[in-house]
Design a protein around this ligand. Structure first.
Ligand SMILES: [Zn+2]
Ligand SMILES: [Zn+2]
Length: 364
C-alpha cells in the first residue's frame, strides 16, 4: 500500500473518534439516568414512570436524527455538471485561464447557474479536483474530498458533511440533543442538590447523578448557541459558508440572494407539510442542484444571453454585445484578461477555491 493511501486510511479511522466519544457519552447518560437515577434513586413510582416515558421519547428522537445526520451521504453534482470528454481534454490542455473560462461558459449554457466567482461575478465556478462545474451553493469539502450540494459545513461530531441531503436532520439533531440535555438537567437538578447537600446518603448513584447534571448543563449551553445560530440561518435561507462569504451573482454579491421570505425559507429546509417538520425524514424542497433566487427576472435575461452563446456558427468572442451579455463579453475581452487570470487563480488555489472545511468547535 502506498504511504498516502495508509495515511488516508488512518485519517478516515481517526475521524470517527468524535462520533465514538458522543456515542459513549450518550450510552453512559442512558445508563446513569435510567438505572442509577430512575431505578436506584427515585422512590416514587409515578415520578419514575413519567421521567422514563419522556426520557425515552427525547432519547429516541435524538438518536434517530443523529443517526440520519451521520448516515445520509452528502449529495454530489449530477452528471450534467461534468464537462463532456472532449471539452474536458481541451480544458486540461488549455493553459490560459480566459480560454478555460470560455470552455466552461460553453459547457454551462444549458445549466441553471446563477452564481459566479470572482469580482463582478464573471467566472463559472469549477472544481478542478472533482472536474465538475459547481452548481449554485455547491462547495468542495477537503475532508470528504468531494463537491457537496448546498454545503453548510463539515461537522466532525457526525463525521459527515452537512449539506442539502442532511441539513434538516442536522437541525433536528441539534434540537433533540438540546431537549434531551434540558430534560436531564431539569429532572436531575433536585437529586443533584440532595446529593450535594448530603440529604441523600452516599451511594454509587451519587457520582453518576452529580456528573450527569454537569455534563447535561455543559452540553445545553454549547448546543443552544449553535442551534440558535442555525435557526437564524434557516430563517435567512443562508448556509454557514454563505454567512461567511456572500454568494456572487451576475449583479454582484448578495448575502440574501436565496432568501424568499421567512415562511418560504423554512419550507425550503423543512418542507410544506408541518406534520413532518419534527421527524427526521427527508422533506426538504428541491433537488439541491438549483435553488429559487430573489433575482428571477435577472436570471431570465441571463438565460437569453446564454442562448446567444450556444449558436455554433459564432465564436464566443463574436457574440454581439448587449446589456445582458455584458459580463460574458467582458470575460472574453482582452481588457479583462488580467482580471480573469487573477480570478481564475483564485478559483484554483485550494485555500480560496471554496474548498472549505468548517469545524464547529462549540458543538460539544
Ligand atoms: Zn470538488
Ligand atoms: Zn465534508
Amino acid at each position: 500500500m502506498a504511504p498516502t493511501h495508509v495515511l488516508r486510511c488512518c485519517q478516515r479511522t481517526l475521524a470517527w473518534i468524535p462520533v465514538i466519544f458522543i456515542a459513549a457519552v450518550v450510552c453512559w447518560s442512558y445508563y446513569a439516568y435510567v438505572v442509577e437515577l430512575c431505578l436506584y434513586t427515585i422512590i416514587s413510582i409515578g415520578e419514575k414512570i413519567v421521567y422514563m416515558i419522556f426520557f425515552h421519547l427525547f432519547f429516541i428522537m435524538f438518536v434517530w436524527s443523529y443517526w440520519k445526520t451521520i448516515y445520509i451521504q452528502p449529495a454530489n453534482p449530477s452528471k450534467e455538471f461534468c464537462l463532456p470528454k472532449v471539452e474536458k481534454e481541451r480544458y486540461e490542455k488549455e493553459e490560459r485561464p480566459e480560454n478555460q473560462q470560455e470552455i466552461l461558459w460553453r459547457a454551462a449554457t444549458s445549466l441553471p447557474l446563477y452564481t459566479r466567482t470572482g469580482a463582478g461575478g464573471v467566472s463559472i465556478r469549477y472544481c478542478d479536483r472533482c472536474q465538475v462545474i459547481k452548481p449554485d451553493r455547491c462547495h468542495h469539502c477537503s475532508a470528504c474530498d468531494m463537491c457537496v450540494l448546498k454545503m453548510d459545513h463539515h461537522c466532525p461530531w457526525v463525521n459527515n458533511c452537512v449539506g442539502f441531503s442532511n441539513y434538516k436532520f442536522f437541525i433536528l439533531f441539534l434540537a433533540y440533543s438540546l431537549l434531551y440535555c434540558l430534560f436531564i438537567a431539569a429532572t436531575v437538578l433536585q437529586y443533584f442538590i440532595k446529593f450535594w447537600t448530603n440529604e441523600l446518603k452516599d451511594t454509587h448513584a451519587k457520582f453518576h447523578v452529580l456528573f450527569l447534571f454537569f455534563v447535561a448543563a455543559m452540553f445545553c449551553i454549547s448546543i443552544l448557541s449553535l442551534f440558535s445560530y442555525h435557526l437564524w440561518l434557516v430563517g435567512k435561507n443562508r448556509s454557514t459558508i454563505e454567512a461567511f462569504r456572500a454568494p456572487v451573482f451576475r449583479a454582484g454579491s448578495d448575502k440574501n440572494g436565496f432568501s424568499l421570505g421567512f415562511r418560504k425559507n423554512i419550507a425550503q429546509v423543512f418542507g410544506d407539510q408541518k406534520k413532518f417538520w419534527l421527524l427526521p425524514v427527508c422533506t426538504s424542497q428541491g433537488d439541491g442542484l438549483t435553488f429559487p433566487t430573489r433575482l428571477v427576472s435577472a436570471d431570465v435575461e441571463q438565460q437569453a444571453t446564454v442562448t446567444l452563446q450556444q449558436e455554433p456558427s459564432k465564436s464566443a468572442a463574436e457574440v454581439p454585445e448587449s446589456p445582458v451579455s455584458e459580463s460574458q463579453n467582458r470575460l472574453l475581452s482582452s481588457e479583462q484578461n488580467a482580471n480573469n487570470v487573477a480570478e481564475h487563480q483564485e478559483t484554483n488555489t485550494p485555500a480560496e477555491s471554496e474548498t472549505i472545511t468548517i469545524s464547529i468547535e462549540s458543538e460539544s
